[in-house]
Design a protein around this ligand. Sequence first.
Ligand code: 5RP
Length: 218
Amino acid sequence: MTQDEKKRGAAEAALDYIEPGWVVGVGTGSTANYFIDALARIKGKLDGAVASSNASAERLKKLGIPVLDLNAAGSLPVYVDGADEATRHLHLVKGGGGALTREKIVAAASTKFICIADDSKLVDLLGKFPLPIEVIPMARSLVARKLVALGGDPVWRQGFTTDNGNIILDVHNLKILNPVELEGQLDHITGVVTNGLFARRPADVLLLGGAQGVEKLT
Ligand code: 5RP
């Protein structure tokens, strides 16, 4: 079974968590794209979606799913999104696609966060995948120095601008022993908009696509 088939399996399993009449929070990335495609099959039963990126909003609209502004939608019953790394505690690293800020906002506005991923994303310790951090452009060097002081090796994601007009620093070689504490520490660096740790508000359910089917972790 290919990695894409595993992603699609996890994405389709997330449909079990969607109820008629809901506005659904939708994430970003290849696994979230499979979820959007699955969502299109039941679009007649939905009131719409709130997207965590311009790319996902475009895909939703192309498939005929109404896209709502989060301010108009209010609280959401559910948010479905992928991850770059996930632990059995449902702590995540996200932001490989650079959409981490809007992803964290939509997750925070949602009652339930369903994370969908192929089984290669499950790790014992977060940090092998470089941790994405969205930074206000003028603070790039300042934030990079603070990240080095914390033991990381930040690398500027060249040629990439977020949907919010900011840059991304990908931080290599961080030993993330306490993700909840590090998430807070990173948020307190002046110039940081958002960091890619989703630990203070972890996923509620992790659906992992694998060769034997979809494993559900809660
Ligand atoms: C985007 C994300 C994605 O969820 C993450 O990068 C996983 O992507 P994929 O489903 O393509 O493996 O956080 O900012």
